[in-house]
Design a protein around this ligand. Sequence first.
Ligand SMILES: [Zn+2]
Ligand SMILES: [Zn+2]
Length: 370
Amino acid sequence: MRITGAVLERCDAPAPYAESRPVTVGPLELGPPRAGEVLVRIEAAGLCHSDLSVVDGNRVRPVPMLLGHEAAGIVESVGPGARLAIGQRVVMTFLPRCGECAECATDGRLPCSVGSAANGAGTLVGGGRRLTRVAPSGEAQEVHHHLGVSAFASHAVVSETSVVPVDDDVPPDVAALLGCAVLTGGGAVVNAGRPAPGDRVAVVGLGGVGMAALLMAVALGHEVIGVDAVPAKLELARELGAATAVGPQEAVEQGLRAPVVIEAAGSARAFETAYAITAPGGTTVTVGLPHPDARASISPLSLTAEARTVVGSYLGSAVPSRDIPRYVELWRAGRLPLDRLVSDRIALDDLPAALDRLASGEALRQLVTF
Ligand SMILES: [Zn+2]
Ligand SMILES: [Zn+2]
């Protein structure tokens, strides 16, 4: 079928992207769903830092690639053997889980090796690509999938293992955020940090993922410290229930400490800040994805003498089919006001400018709506 989608053409375009325009919006041909796959009409898709990381070359992925990995939509048709029903609303997740590899047996601690291999190759877990187009050169060309989702488009074909069904009362905006920001940020708290009742939780880096971690910690009744260099984000953190919201330098100078600290900024400096404000006996969870060459400096002595733990939480240590229903329940109970994470609603054509807003730190979650 003919679809419209936003394709990343190159990974080395200079910012601002509104001028260099590495993302083009145009027609593509989408093949039908194969065994175990579904065709989804996209309702909402969030722009995440992991999209920016592909555009700016921090995470190298094959191009051309149809971007977008945080989305929700409606199942329009199903391939052979698929169990989902037509008309079902689904959350799309960027972490397919085959359920059969050794990594899938680690309760979310490690990402599925089969899904990770497909994500790295820009294919679906069922093998190959479903996206083709006429390239600017005039030749027919395959287009890579982004993390098994490719949601910056009117429709997507995805593996059933890349989606989690949700009830109709969960609106598309909320459902989309559940697929990445909440899965990652919420999971960093719930699955990796595991604060005890009454534990204080600090979050360093208040983008979409960090703010979702903050919301989750507040929802679970913890006293929360929000840390970010951008004053507007500290303001929002307070509105969302943070007891304290300060800049990184202030947090260290004031001697703030928490038994569980989440680093969600994806920089070595943020990791050092998060480690510095972790209390003796506490746990520093790092969920950000810095550049592969980044190096951080911490005191090994403090790790020993203060009996500290540093935990890497890849993708929030998530098992989407287990975690998303839990988060839906918290949202339904009014404890996860996810609509507050949406800073803008945009059209596909606005993506280059939206990438600039994200890079500048001024945007939280910008949602493409259809
Ligand atoms: Zn994401
Ligand atoms: Zn697996």
